[in-house]
Design a protein around this ligand. Structure first.
Ligand SMILES: C[S@@+](CC[C@H](N)C(=O)[O-])C[C@H]1O[C@@H](n2cnc3c(N)ncnc32)[C@H](O)[C@@H]1O
Length: 296
């Protein structure tokens, strides 16, 4: 397969650099993705397999809808999604891919071709380098450093599955690049996610970690409704056995790490040994693209 090249109508071309990905970020860009330290923490936590229940649901939702899903949550049955025709290799965009863990796992299960996109060059570099793991034999992962909030350098309708796990969403652009029968899979935390770690925060910092709105999934479904119809929503809540240092890694891998003060980190170190069980709780939503943008 030829390497990824991104081009525009004006004739500009962006080729794969020596690190193995295409970057659209200007060297002067001030937007910041996850740091190498955050990625290290996330890679270690994910490699331990503690979030594999999330992967299992993503794989189930990425597979063709079965007849038994007919009418589920009021949505029509869809049995022939383009992404899953036996003669097609689904094209999967992971928007805000981080280390690329979920993309690799999904490709390992359903095959296809992946585009790992993130604002963080370190993240995309990792996602590209780590392909070949998780049983992704004939799948391929291309890397793209780009800002989700900007127009995406992807053709209309070119993506079969958009994966969006704990990461920002550009809903109009997701709608534009998703194929008619494609699916958007979104994972958002619930208010109970890592609750024990939040509760342990020093009061003056308002908690070690950023709070999650109580109804994040409901808000998302409503915001996205003009473009996408939800047809499945699964809540999974499970307990993570936290070993030495894992509590710190769970904080360091998430968005709170952009805000954690030295004071809070020191407090986390002191508290880490006392944690045993931490709740993981997420909503996983599947959306289908509305044919036509439907104003609210
Ligand atoms: C909490 S991490 C989740 C990463 C990965 N999906 C996972 O769950 O392992 C959020 C990711 O979104 C990326 N990100 C944040 N803002 C972004 C933006 N505007 N455009 C693209 N990626 C962004 C971060 O660099 C980070 O890798």
């Amino acid at each position: 397969m030829s390497p990824l090249v991104v081009g525009c109508d004006a004739g500009h071309r962006f080729d794969v650099n020596k690190r193995g990905y295409v970057s659209l970020l200007a060297s002067t860009s001030k937007v910041v993705g996850d740091s190498a330290a955050m990625l290290d923490a996330r890679a270690q936590v994910l490699a331990s397999g503690v979030y594999s229940p999330i992967v299992d649901v993503l794989i189930e939702l990425a597979r063709p809808a079965s007849a038994s899903e007919a009418g589920h949550q009021g949505a029509p049955a869809r049995t022939s999604a383009r992404a899953f025709r036996s003669d097609a290799r689904p094209r999967i965009l992971d928007a805000g891919c981080g280390t690329g863990y979920y993309l690799r796992e999904l490709l390992g299960a359903v095959g296809g071709q992946g585009l790992a996109m993130d604002l963080s060059p370190a993240a995309v570099g990792r996602a590209v380098r780590s392909q070949g793991t998780a049983g992704v034999s004939d799948a391929r992962v291309d890397g793209l450093v780009a800002d989700t909030w900007q127009p995406l350098p992807i053709r209309d309708g070119a993506v079969d599955i958009i994966l969006n796990v704990f990461a920002p969403r550009n809903v109009p652009e997701f709608h534009r690049v998703l194929a008619t029968d494609g699916v958007l899979l979104v994972v958002v935390p619930t208010a109970g996610h890592l609750a024990e770690l939040r509760a342990a925060g020093p009061p003056r910092d308002g908690g070690r970690m950023l709070d999650v709105p109580a109804d994040k999934a409901a808000q998302l479904s409503e915001t996205i409704a003009p473009y996408f119809a939800r047809d499945r929503q699964e809540n999974i809540t499970f307990t993570i056995r936290v070993g030495e240092g894992t509590a710190d890694q769970l904080v360091a891998m998430g968005p709170s790490a952009h805000h954690v003060t030295e004071h809070a980190t020191a407090a986390a170190d002191e508290n880490a040994a006392t944690f045993r069980n931490v709740t993981a709780s997420v909503d996983i939503l599947r959306f289908h693209r509305r044919e036509v943008y439907r104003a609210k």
